[in-house]
Every structure is written in C-alpha cells, then in structure tokens.
Design a protein around this ligand. Structure first.
Ligand code: DDH
Length: 291
C-alpha cells in the first residue's frame, strides 16, 4: 500500500492498467475518459445535484442508467488500483483515471485536484436520463450542457473527446470508431467532421448513425468504417457550434488548451473548495453510504 496522498503512485498504477492488448483497440484509456466524464456529467447547476463527488455509479440507480452501459469495464479495470491504494476514494480515482488517460494517449495535461468523498447524499443523487443521447440534435446538447454550466465553445471542446475510443453495439447500440487511430488524442475528429462525406445509415438494430466508407479503395483494403453520432453531426450544422469545430480542426494547440480547461471544469462540477483546495461541501456526508 502506498502512503495516503501519494497520487503519483496512483497515477503510475493507472498508467499500468492502460495497455490491454485484448480489449477494444488495445487501450482502456478511452473508456477511462468516458467513465470520468459520466461520473461528473450528471451535474445540475440549479439544484446542485449530481457530479463526480460520491461516485454514485457504484449503485444501481446511477450505474444502471442505460447511458452508463459498458462503464462497468472501466470500473473493473481500476479495481486493482483501488486495491493497491485503498485510501483513495472512487470519485477521485475515476476522475484521475480520465486525466491520466488523456495525457498518456497524447493529449494535454489537465489540472486535477483530489479530495472528493465517496459519501452519497441521497438527496443529491441525480435522476437517470441526465447524460446526453447521441440520437438527438443541437437543442438537446445545449439543454444537457447548459444545465452543467457550459457554453457553446466548451461543448465543442469537450466533444473532441470523441477522438478517442469507439461506440459498441452491445452498449449504446451505435457501432464503430470516430477516427482511424482511436487511441491517440488529437484534433482529427474535428478535421474529419468537416472533410469527409458522412452518410446516414440505419444499422440492423434500427439505430441511425452516420458512416464514412472509403469507396476509392478496393473492399478488402478498406479499414473499418468510421462513424459519427447524430449529435456529432449537429456540431457542424449548428451556427453556434460550427465555428468552433473549424477553429479546433485548424489549430490543435487551441483545441488542447480549451479541452484541458473544459475537462478540468467538468471534473470539478458541484465541488466547492477553500483557498487551500480542500473540499468544503460537507453536506455530501449527510446521507452516508447507500447499501
Ligand atoms: Fe461520448 N459517447 N458522448 N463523450 N464518449 C460514447 C463514447 C465515448 C455522447 C455519446 C457517446 C462526450 C460527449 C458525448 C467519450 C467521451 C465523451 C458513446 C459510445 C456514445 C453513444 C458508448 C459505447 O457504445 O461504448 C454524446 C451524445 C455526447 C454529447 O456531447 C452530446 C464528452 C463530453 C466526452 C468527454 O470525455 C469529455 C469517449 C472517450 C468515448 C469512447 C468510450 C470507449 O469505450 O471507447
């Protein structure tokens, strides 16, 4: 066991969990980035409910939200890290895993602060349905992200996380990766959104998504088709979002800088700290553990 507070030791063990040749594209990084995002993305500014504090996804009310399907894999991959550093809270571990994965996969440094608790206040539990639905459009995206306190620029920056990983038919119903190298953090997602000709298609499970197939290549030389969700496509058709897609496609450094700030903000939603950085919302302790 490491010394309580030795976050560098935890970071090292998260890195050691990233490479998994038999899992997806060989890395758990993308699903860690998504775990951190879904742990935090339930936040509602108005009622001050949801957010990463409390690690509510351990329990069925939140963990069983269909939007969280597949994240049990991410949590299981992190279990050995928790076992080696039992002093770290799940809420800190999951958010830190996202930050470590972004960096290790070639992305920017993201400022991360510890101190989240695993106490769950029943009155702060988010209802299901707060996370975005990929089948929808711009209004839905704004509804979800404005609720957390993000603006249009931050929404587009955060969406750039879809440079990583893939959709899975048995999790969300969608299928395939957004980019050709889904374990390398870059601004390729924005470039492809603009550059490629995306075609709407209906999968055999009835789910609608956009795909790109390189028809110039003979069939046996083609890569797996790339995909975009209807929500991804809304970023290029909406006049408030589209200018940011172009900026991030043109300027990787700007994207990295804006992503880093927005992802750090996401992981802090609902958390209040004093000047020293210590968490002050003790109300999270009121509800105790849910068993
Ligand atoms: Fe996402 N995302 N996401 N996403 N997301 C999926 C996968 C991944 C939406 C829907 C889906 C963000 C925003 C949105 C990642 C990070 C982030 C999947 C596929 C769906 C569906 C799940 C599956 O089948 O396994 C929608 C809708 C939105 C929206 O903004 C409207 C944001 C903000 C992030 C972030 O991290 C900041 C990552 C990474 C993945 C790949 C996961 C994996 O297992 O691989």
């Amino acid at each position: 066991m490491s010394k309580p507070g030795d976050y560098d030791a935890v970071r090292k063990d998260i890195v050691a969990q990233l490479k998994k040749p038999d899992y997806d594209d060989g890395s758990t990084g993308p699903v860690f980035v998504r775990l951190a995002w879904h742990s935090a993305g339930t936040y509602d500014q108005e009622t001050d409910t949801g957010g990463s504090n409390g690690a509510g996804m351990r329990y069925d009310q939140e963990g069983g939200d269909p939007a969280n399907a597949g994240l049990e894999h991410a949590r299981a991959f992190l279990e050995p890290v928790k076992e080696r550093h039992p002093w770290i809270t799940y809420s800190d571990l999951w958010t830190l895993a996202g930050v470590v994965a972004v960096k290790e996969l070639g992305g920017p440094d993201v400022n991360w602060k510890p101190g989240r608790t695993d106490f769950v206040d029943d009155s702060k539990l988010p209802p299901r349905g707060r996370l975005p639905d990929g089948a929808q459009g711009a209004d839905h995206i704004r509804h979800v992200f404005y609720r957390m306190g993000f603006n249009d620029q931050e929404i587009v920056a955060l969406s750039g996380a879809h440079n990583l990983g893939r959709t899975h038919k048995d999790r969300s119903g969608f299928n395939g990766p957004w980019v050709n190298n889904p374990t390398r953090f870059s601004n390729q997602y924005f470039k492809l959104l603009i550059k490629l000709e995306w075609k709407l298609t209906t999968l055999d499970n009835g789910v609608k998504q956009f795909i790109y197939v390189d028809e110039d290549l003979p069939e046996d030389e083609r890569d797996e088709p790339l995909m975009m969700l209807p929500t991804d496509m809304a970023l290029v058709s909406d006049p408030g979002f589209e200018p940011w897609v172009r900026k991030y496609a043109d300027d990787k450094d700007l994207f990295f800088d804006h992503f880093s700030k927005a992802y750090a903000k996401l992981l802090e939603l609902g958390i209040r700290r004093d000047e020293k950085g210590n968490i002050t919302n003790t109300d999270n302790k009121l509800g105790g553990y849910i068993s």
